[in-house]
Design a protein around this ligand. Structure first.
Ligand code: 8X3
Length: 255
């Protein structure tokens, strides 16, 4: 579990309300734990609400069912959390490793729906609450795929480039308002990410991380906790974090 008190001072969250999407597993779940440890009141949101409920019981926060591709579900989240100050957009992920010539439009469309439109929809719904808080903070889980490309990554990198563009746009559109925008761009993180991307093939997913030490979800959550516990005038704008063994998306060192 991430110890978000390191370098931030326990209680740095000051009881502000932090909503985390995609909180049922991986980076989202680790972020809920890290932010709770840092003194935020957390709201764990995801489709698999039972997992969020378990997590909420563990950290003393709340759970809300959320499908970021569904307008009604997002509207219900906004109604349930009128005091959201921090919103961490962790829902997303990759589907497939098709080359462009083998395009599966359905998978690409689903990635765009979740990663890009999902962030935009949740942002639109929760922005009034963040404004009201007087110190709002949007944190988006991007990826190194938001500025790098590799063969077989076309669908995912196009979508994460879209997420990067969305974050830059928000930075401009919110200029002059008390709402920070932080894009966290991790490299290899061992979560359900590769299992989902590779259609549930556990052996292939394990191979992705073979011979190197990837980041853990807690490593990324630590960085998020750092970003949201800076003083209100400090915006950690775009933060890239990778394992030491990964120089870029296509260059990794395996033992
Ligand atoms: C995923 C980054 O390095 O696993 O967002 O392709 S990487």
């Amino acid at each position: 579990m991430a110890d978000a008190s390191v370098g931030t001072g326990r209680g740095a969250g000051g009881g502000r309300v932090a909503v985390v999407t995609g909180a049922s597993s991986g980076i989202g779940a680790a972020t809920v734990r890290a932010l709770a440890a840092a003194g935020f009141r957390t709201v764990a949101a995801a489709r698999r609400v039972e997992r969020c409920e378990e997590l909420a019981a563990e950290v003393g926060g709340r759970a809300v069912q959320l499908d970021v591709t569904d307008e009604d579900s997002v509207a219900a989240l906004a109604e349930a959390v009128p005091d959201a100050a921090v919103v961490v957009h962790s829902a997303g992920g990759a589907l497939g490793t098709d080359r462009v010539a083998d395009l599966d439009p359905d998978g690409w469309r689903r990635m765009y729906e979740t990663n890009v439109l999902g962030v935009a929809r949740v942002h639109r719904a929760l922005l009034p609450a963040m404004r009201r808080s007087g110190d709002g903070h949007v944190v988006v889980l991007g990826s190194i795929a938001g500025f790098e490309v590799y063969p077989g990554g076309g669908g995912y990198t196009a979508v994460k480039h879209g997420v990067h563009a969305l974050c830059r746009t928000l930075r401009l559109e919110l200029l002059g308002e008390p709402v920070r925008v932080t894009e966290i761009a991790p490299g290899m993180v061992e979560t359900e990410f590769s299992l989902v991307r590779l259609g549930g093939d556990a052996q292939a997913a394990a191979k992705v991380y073979e011979g190197l030490t990837p980041l853990s979800a807690a490593d990324v959550a630590d960085v998020i906790a750092f970003a949201v516990t800076r003083p209100p005038h400090v915006d950690i704008d775009h933060l890239v974090v990778r394992p030491v063994a990964q120089a870029d998306a296509a260059h990794v060192h395996r033992r």
